[in-house]
Design a binder for this molecule. Structure first.
Ligand SMILES: C[S@@+](CC[C@H](N)C(=O)[O-])C[C@H]1O[C@@H](n2cnc3c(N)ncnc32)[C@H](O)[C@@H]1O
Length: 407
């Protein structure tokens, strides 16, 4: 399944020691579990094991000197365009005499929080609070330090870090590249039926991790495939399914009273995600700006991600709102478009044109816009999906380029 990555740089001795400690921890877990764990469990430990996991440890992850660059890290232009959509949602929800806030899921370095708060301040449209829910204690600390250094006190005072989702929320819930970082399961179609692909380790070769199928695959995992597809896919087909990603969005929907959930990530609708030719899944690892598909090496030192099945995310609308109450959630799909279309709908080109081409900043901003918008870079692979509750107005980010038919 995983091809060997093209020559990755060697980690430092210190990084190797951390990776070795995490490897031992995962091996212990496997031994306790009878020698095998699901890939979701492996990915969870590799990314989030306290102190040792990729997102929990102290290594530099984001930006040019880290492993990958996300849209907010590319340029403040991203937050400035996004702020137009945020402003509309805050205005609608505040208009009904509610206290309207922002809740950002998985805030990385805090860059989006800083740029958004600065822009919303300029637009005279600050939220009551800016909450951040972040699973990594290390990143929470990084966010706090960056926000404190880059925001004036009145804006920094808007920030509140949460440990769990609140019971009720009004305003906008925002997540950039969070769903792809949620541990996914892998399923493999064999001549005998669907197996769950997980991870084990060898007794030889320094105990390296290996792929191993478990012949008893939970039917609930296969049920995440579109109903007519599971039988049609060819033997040998491997794909990810991610019940935890849709469960997270669904919990967010449960607590939302009035407002919207805006999620930006790379992925596709089910027909494209489970295309017969995409027969090796979508797993990607990022290590020092190199992308490859082997998550079993450099454990804890590299990012591991899976593309998002946006049809699965949209299917939360058909789920009952609680085990006791079998009514669909009172939430609707407010839009689904490519990132390029969303940013253009939000006026990114007009924001760019506010700078003179003679201005030294202009070249930098134009290069950033090209990265965010170009179909060959982030423009088409990244999508923006939005759910809303008790909002009737069409949202500006979704006025043109609707892709909901692909869900
Ligand atoms: C790829 S990073 C993206 C960071 C940031 N949003 C950005 O665009 O630069 C994924 C982030 O999501 C966080 N994360 C993962 N699962 C989460 C969850 N269930 N709840 C909140 N944060 C989560 C990670 O710790 C990390 O901060």
């Amino acid at each position: 399944m995983a091809s060997l990555p093209t020559l990755l740089p060697n980690p430092s001795a210190e990084s190797q020691a951390i990776s070795q400690a995490l490897t031992l921890l995962i091996q212990q877990k496997m031994t306790q579990a009878g020698g095998w764990i699901s890939f979701a469990e492996f990915m969870h430990m590799a990314l989030y094991a306290p102190d040792l996991g990729y997102y929990s440890g102290g290594n530099q992850k984001f930006g040019q000197s880290g492993d990958f660059v996300t849209a907010p890290e590319i340029s403040p232009l991203y937050a400035q365009a996004l702020a137009q959509q945020v402003m509309q949602i805050l205005a609608i929800t505040q208009g009904s005499n509610l206290v309207s806030s922002i809740l950002e899921l998985g805030a990385g370095t805090g860059k989006l929080a800083v740029d958004l708060l600065l822009e919303l301040d300029q637009l005279n449209c600050l939220p009551a609070q800016y909450f951040i829910l972040e699973v990594s204690a290390h990143l929470r600390q990084v966010q706090r330090e960056n926000c404190q250094a880059k925001l004036p006190k009145n804006l920094f005072d808007k920030l509140i870090w949460l440990d769990v989702l609140p019971n009720k929320f009004n305003g906008l819930v925002l997540g950039n590249e969070v769903l792809d970082a949620i541990p996914a399961h892998i399923i493999h179609k064999t001549a005998e039926g669907w197996y769950e692909r997980g991870v084990s380790f060898t007794d030889c070769k320094n105990g390296e991790f290996i792929w191993q199928d478990n012949t008893s695959c939970l039917p609930a995992l296969v049920e995440h495939l579109p109903s007519d597809l599971a039988d049609k896919l060819p033997v040998g087909y491997i794909t990810e399914v991610n019940p935890a990603a849709s469960a997270l969005v669904r919990s967010v929907g449960d607590m939302l009273e009035t407002g919207a959930i805006l999620l930006i990530d790379y992925g596709f609708g089910a027909a494209e995600y489970y295309h017969p030719q995409r027969n090796q899944g979508t797993l990607m690892c990022h290590y020092r700006q190199l992308a490859h598909d082997n998550p079993l090496i450099h454990v804890g030192l590299q990012d591991i991600t899976a593309h998002v099945d946006f049809s699965q995310i949209a299917s939360i609308l058909d789920m009952p709102s609680s085990p006791l109450e079998c009514k669909p959630m009172a939430m609707s799909l407010a839009g689904y478009v490519s990132q390029a279309q969303f940013l253009i709908n939000c006026g990114i080109l007009s924001i760019l044109q506010q700078h003179s081409p003679e201005d030294v900043e202009y070249m930098k901003l134009a290069a950033a816009a090209q990265k965010l918008l170009s179909p060959a870079e982030m423009g088409e692979l990244f999508k923006v999906i939005c759910f809303s509750k008790n909002i009737d107005e069409p949202l500006i980010g979704f006025m043109q380029g609707d892709k909901t038919h692909t869900l």
